[in-house]
Design a protein around this ligand. Structure first.
Ligand code: 5AD
Ligand code: SF4
Length: 446
């Protein structure tokens, strides 16, 4: 069967992202690299000569998506060709050798810390499969070209990896030990983004609030806030253990820092948190939130939850339900515990049966949905800005985010993506809010 023609230089690429926001950032940077090689982005994998699958290994289901995509991509197209297939991301890092055996159609296997070498790997792949799952000491960021973002809101990776070793989690194995990028590099990258029209920057890291690149995270946020033209700063994902006083103070003092915090607790039972090696208890977590709310009373909170961790009893699970009620989360993400080979929890006794996990997940998601709607309702009557990020479904509509990260539909003649529009929140749905632009309401619109 004919495959890609090794004498032809590939011209079009498509990067598909799975998983977390860090992967979205990495996918964008792989796109920048391939563009710098003279390639152009294709909207669909069907039109691409090179398809990069930027994978996620956090749960088993996420990892399986790689193999089903490879199965589709390796089918010859009408002209007998097939794209060069790149397996990137955390599955590539964790299962590189297995991918090579299980999916021989894959041409390049590259881990999340080595993707700056993608052009060379594609070159090598013309001869034979190329694999690079090193965790090189020289950071990839120095080897990447300038960013070409066009969005109003952009990600900026400031810290990568994790040393916390929660017993369920693969991240310390796939993203390596915790490392922070130097603050000076980040300020330069941020200035470049703002020069390209970016209005909002979300600082990314697996443990973003453990950032220590010459400044701590609060210091970095304060420096970024001084950049003219940058309107909003966010950061994610934080660990409760690293929520220090300085960062809490920044929420009170830095106007550009948005009143929203994603602070995963994972479970409501301190007994389960201990088995998870989370280094916080239910009580210490709630105490951090109380401090945050004292500093910034309108702060919206979100979290992650795992149900069915080994040994979780019905009583433990009920503590998860009560913490959701007690915190009044604006949003939350919840998952069934997924066994990850090589992590301590995988071999713990008392694994919870699948049907129990299913049932608990449904009950938890019902409570989370009620709380999100209640949060959205509580914002009715507030006046705030919305950063417009993308077109809406109907003509004349644009979709953006409120300071509390709610999706908001805005209809304002003449408004465009990248604008910050002042609105009143007038209605609440489970996943969005209805707004009226202040200028329309006061009859001053064009
Ligand atoms: N099973 C289920 N969920 C997991 N997460 C991490 N590892 C697992 C696992 N093995 C969840 C956590 C984390 C989020 C990114 O994914 O809630 O915060
Ligand atoms: Fe995984 Fe825990 Fe590190 Fe988060 S803090 S990345 S859950 S090991």
């Amino acid at each position: 069967m004919s495959t890609n023609d090794p004498t032809q230089t590939p011209k079009r690429f498509h990067v598909k992202s799975f998983g977390c926001q860090m992967n979205v950032y990495d996918s964008e940077r792989m796109g920048d690299l391939l563009s710098a090689e003279g390639m152009t982005a294709a909207d669909s994998p069907d039109d691409a000569d090179v398809v990069v699958l930027n994978t996620c290994h956090i749960r088993e289901k996420a990892a399986e998506k790689l193999y089903s995509d490879i199965g589709r991509l390796r089918q010859p197209r009408a002209d007998g060709s097939r794209p060069t297939i790149v397996a990137a991301g955390c599955v590539a890092q964790a299962e590189g050798a297995e991918i090579a055996v299980r999916a021989p159609a894959v041409d390049v296997i590259v881990g999340p810390l080595a993707y700056h070498r993608l052009p060379q790997l594609l070159e090598q792949a013309r001869q034979q499969r190329a694999i690079d799952i090193d965790m090189p000491p020289v950071p990839k960021f120095d080897a990447l070209p300038a960013r070409k973002v066009t969005q109003a809101s952009a990600f900026l990776t400031v810290q990568e990896g994790c040393d916390k070793f929660c017993t369920f989690c693969v991240v310390p194995y796939t993203r390596g030990p915790e490392t922070s990028r130097p603050a000076a590099d980040l300020l330069r990258e941020a200035e470049g983004l703002v020069a390209r029209g970016v209005k909002e920057i979300t600082l990314l890291g697996q443990n973003v609030n453990a950032y220590h690149g010459g400044l701590n995270l609060a210091g970095l946020i304060r420096e970024l806030a001084a950049i003219d033209g940058l309107a909003r700063i966010r950061y994610t994902t934080s660990h409760p253990r690293d929520m220090d006083d300085d960062l809490i103070r920044a929420h009170a003092e830095v106007d550009k820092l948005m009143p929203y915090l994603h602070l995963p607790v994972q479970a409501g039972s301190s007994r389960i948190l201990k088995a998870m090696n989370r280094a916080h208890t239910r009580e210490s977590y709630l105490a951090s939130l109380a401090q945050l709310r004292a500093a910034r009373p309108d702060i919206a909170l979100s979290g992650d939850f795992i149900v069915g961790f080994p040994g979780e009893t019905e009583a433990d699970f009920e503590e998860t339900l009560t913490i959701v009620r007690e915190v009044r989360y604006a949003a939350a993400f919840s998952f069934k515990y997924s066994v990850r080979p090589g992590t301590p929890a995988a071999t713990m006794a008392d694994q919870v049966p699948e049907d129990v996990k299913d049932e608990r997940l449904q009950r938890l998601q019902a409570v989370i949905a009620e709380e999100s709607l209640a949060f959205n309702r509580s914002t009715i009557g507030r006046r705030c800005t919305v950063l417009l990020e993308r077109p809406g479904r109907k003509p004349g509509q644009l979709i953006g985010k409120t300071p509390w990260l709610q999706s908001a539909i805005v209809s304002l003649p003449g408004a465009k993506i990248g604008d910050l529009v002042e609105v009143d929140i007038v209605g609440a749905m489970p996943n969005s809010v209805e707004t009226v632009p202040v200028s329309t309401r006061e009859g001053t619109a064009a």
